[in-house]
Design a protein around this ligand. Structure first.
Ligand code: C2E
Ligand code: CA
Ligand code: CA
Length: 726
């Protein structure tokens, strides 16, 4: 406030009125002085010519009357004439000279300063000399008139007139005029100052004070300017502005309270809904815990149990093993004897396993012909025994359709903590070990990182993939994502294809996990990012504005160089960053949630948006989802593909959609394979969909015309279950 009051109490010369008055006074004074000077100059000229003509008249008069006096040597008369001349105020001297130059009579004005000075100096009056000197004086105008009588020169009359008095008078007048001008302009200045102060400065000060009040938050004190000039109008406008400001601030406050109330309400709703969801989830969990065919715990409960085992083992520094088993040639049995027989076999296998296991062991069916056994507080050695027991339990033939079948199994063993620190890694290790056992026809195999990495097939595939990156064998296919309500294509997911010269199309699931383990995922992801960005630029140039979703691997998020590289790529493209979205699977998020939150937050500062891929398979918590900067959940295709026939899956999809919406996330369903599922999803309020029913993943060349149309065309030859373009 003090800064503002300085504005009002500022020094006089800095103020507006000060500047204006100074200028006006200076200008007026200069004009008046100039006119006085001009006046002085003209008066000087006219007075001078007056003096000259008067002395000429005097000269002619003397010349006309003196001849008789000269001829009669009447010096009295001549002296009298001189006396007459004496009356002329400015005449300094007059003299009548004979043709030879002798003075007959003369007159000098002893009052004249110059003469009196001369006379004091010389004491002797030598008139001729004095007059001679006077003729050189610039202040004296000298004139000479010849005196004739009947054409005979009788003598000369000389006359000196002083300009001194005239110039003095005029100079005094000029000084006087300048003083008067000065007084007048000062008075004028004071007058302007008073008028200005009252009519302009007073309202301006009021406006300044009003503005200061506004900045101090006082909005109800109007400025009071009564004049009807521009400042009066400004004052009115100022008051109107203040009133508007006041009402908009009031509106804002009101809106803020409403928003706060709404927020409170929403928070309550979220709490309520979360509670409800938890209850529903618990119910669903119960329902979804067991595999309906064998009655054994399903993949979900296996994961759950595994998570608990991890918690316990980490807490108590204990250990456990995971035994994974699948039946050899189960597919053949299924294909030749039919599904019923296959199902029967699975049930029987389950029963036999149950028989040989202890109550503390946990047996479940992972899916298909895969079983998992979780052995708490069991090391590799004891797991070996269990594996052998399993093999012997399966030895006796199975009777299916009244036929005897011998069945063998491949068993992989992975132990905590050596073979994995998270549920997905330990399951993967057991899976790799099982695969190795099957391939090498072993009774069982305990996971060995060396064996996993160095199988010859794997090695050759990886070196081929390294080549493939450079040799143009990779291609991105694009699968549209549509808005369920409008059928518009809102984006595409970029899916990697490897067109191997001998093996044909190698599906990504077959090489991406290996690329992750071998470190090749880094160049592979850069290839994908580059190609996707280039393709998106082509679409940008064509005016196609859609989202492009790119899959990221957990290894990318763990790579410290990834974020800066991505930033550079995104900065170097004309496509706005909002058109890119990155998918990270729920299970990779769950592998190390704290780290993922950190990396995603960092990338989120680049305005990059994220979607959680394969949602439903990773058991993430609501609280974690709230923490992540994700915009979208992509429900895993396993739920979507089965939701039509499996009411549990439909219920899960339903609750995921509700939960996502409460969290403000969009939901996309992948794996939509038919119209019924699409309708079902629409009725559940799902936002987006992707799947073979809409379109298979397609090369850019084929999908581009479809994208130009903008919306999904149900009659598109690439949708539905037509030829597989994988
Ligand atoms: P994803 O991210 O879950 O991709 C969706 C997969 O589902 C794709 O398989 C797609 O072809 C398939 N799909 C789409 N619609 C349907 C449908 O209606 N029914 C069925 N049964 N499947 C459908 P794809 O292309 O074989 O990709 C497999 C996985 O490979 C992807 O799963 C993703 O995890 C990974 N992947 C693909 N491209 C990349 C990539 O560029 N980088 C990384 N890191 N991973 C990739
Ligand atoms: Ca994906
Ligand atoms: Ca997915």
């Amino acid at each position: 406030m003090s800064e503002h009051s300085n504005l009002i109490d500022m020094p006089w010369r800095n103020s507006l009125v000060g500047k204006f008055v100074s200028l006006a006074v200076i200008v007026a004074f200069m004009i008046m002085s100039a006119s006085a000077f001009f006046n002085y100059q003209t008066q000087k000229t006219t007075t001078l010519s007056n003096i000259i003509s008067q002395s000429e008249m005097l000269g002619s008069f003397i010349v006309s009357i003196t001849p008789e006096a000269i001829l009669s040597y009447d010096f009295d008369a001549l002296n009298n004439y001189m006396e007459e001349i004496n009356k002329g105020e400015d005449v300094v001297y007059a003299i009548i000279l004979t043709p030879e130059g002798k003075p007959l009579t003369s007159y000098v004005d002893r009052r004249d300063n110059f003469i009196s000075e001369k006379m004091q100096n010389t004491k002797i009056i030598q008139l001729e000399k004095l007059i001679e000197e006077l003729t050189h004086n610039k202040n004296i105008i000298q004139q000479s008139f010849p005196i004739f009588y009947k054409n005979n020169l009788l003598g000369n009359f000389k006359l000196g007139v002083s300009k001194y008095r005239m110039e003095n008078d005029l100079r005094d007048k000029l000084v006087h005029q300048i003083i008067v001008s000065l007084i007048l302009t000062v008075l004028l200045g004071i007058g302007i100052f008073i008028v200005f102060r009252y009519y302009a400065m007073k309202p301006i000060k009021q406006l300044i004070l009003g503005a200061q009040r506004i900045s101090g938050g006082i909005l109800d004190k109007k400025v009071n300017i009564k004049s009807n000039d521009e400042l009066g109008h400004l004052g009115q406008a100022f008051n109107q502005m203040m009133a508007k400001l006041k009402s908009s601030i009031e509106d804002k406050d009101e809106a803020l309270t409403t928003v706060k109330e709404l927020n409170l309400y929403l928070e309550e709703r979220v709490v309520d809904r979360t509670k409800e969801l938890k209850e529903v989830n618990e119910q669903l969990e119960k329902l979804a815990m067991n595999d309906s065919l064998t009655g054994l715990p399903n993949r979900f409960s296996i994961q759950n149990r595994l998570n608990n085992l991890f918690i316990e083992a980490k807490r108590d520094s204990s250990f456990f093993t995971v035994v994974m088993m699948d039946l050899d040639r189960f597919k053949d049995i299924n294909d030749t004897l039919g599904h019923d027989c296959g199902d029967q076999l699975l049930i029987e296998v389950g029963l036999r396993l149950k028989e040989i296991l202890r109550p503390s062991d946990f047996l479940g069916r992972l899916g298909g012909d895969e079983f998992a056994i979780l052995l708490s507080e069991t090391d590799e050695n004891n797991a070996r025994t269990v594996a052998k027991k399993i093999q012997s339990a399966l030895e006796p033939s199975f009777y299916l359709s009244e036929m005897a079948f011998s069945v063998s199994a491949s068993i992989g063993i992975a132990a905590y903590p050596q073979h994995g620190n998270t549920s997905s890694t330990i399951l993967k290790s057991a899976d790799v070990a099982m695969y190795y056992a099957k391939k090498n026809k072993l009774e069982y195999y305990i996971y060995n990182p060396g064996a996993d990495r160095n199988t010859p097939d794997r090695l050759s595939l990886m070196s081929e993939l390294r080549q493939a990156i450079h040799e143009d064998q990779l291609e991105l296919f694009y699968q549209p994502e549509i808005d369920i309500n409008t059928s518009r294509i809102i984006g595409v997911e970029a899916l990697l294809r490897w067109n191997h010269p001998e093996r044909g199309f190698v599906p990504p699931d077959d090489f991406i996990p290996m690329a992750e383990q071998s470190g090749l995922i880094r160049p592979l992801t850069y290839w994908v990012l580059n190609s996707a960005i280039r393709q998106r630029e082509v679409w940008h140039d064509m005016g196609i504005n859609i989202l492009i979703s790119i899959n990221l691997s957990m290894h990318n998020l763990n790579d410290a160089e990834f974020a800066p590289q991505l930033e550079m790529l995104l900065q170097n493209t004309i496509v706005p960053v909002e058109y890119f979205e990155f998918e990270v699977t729920e299970s990779s998020i769950m592998d190390n949630p704290d780290h993922v939150v950190e990396v995603m937050d960092k990338l989120n500062t680049l305005n990059v948006s994220f979607a959680v891929d394969d949602f439903g398979t990773g058991y993430s918590s609501l609280s974690l989802l709230k923490k992540l900067p994700v915009h979208k959940l992509k429900i895993d295709k396993s739920f979507i593909m089965d939701m039509e026939s499996d009411s549990d899956d439909a219920a899960i999809v339903h609750s995921v959609i509700d939960m996502a919406h409460i969290l403000g996330l969009k939901v996309i369903a992948e794996g939509v394979e038919n119209g019924t599922v699409l309708k079902l999803l629409a009725s559940l309020g799902c936002d987006l969909a992707q799947g073979y029913h809409i379109s298979r993943p397609l090369p850019a060349k084929i999908i581009t015309p479809q994208l130009s149309l903008g919306s999904w065309d149900a009659s598109n030859p690439h949708s539905g279950s037509v030829h597989n373009l994988r």
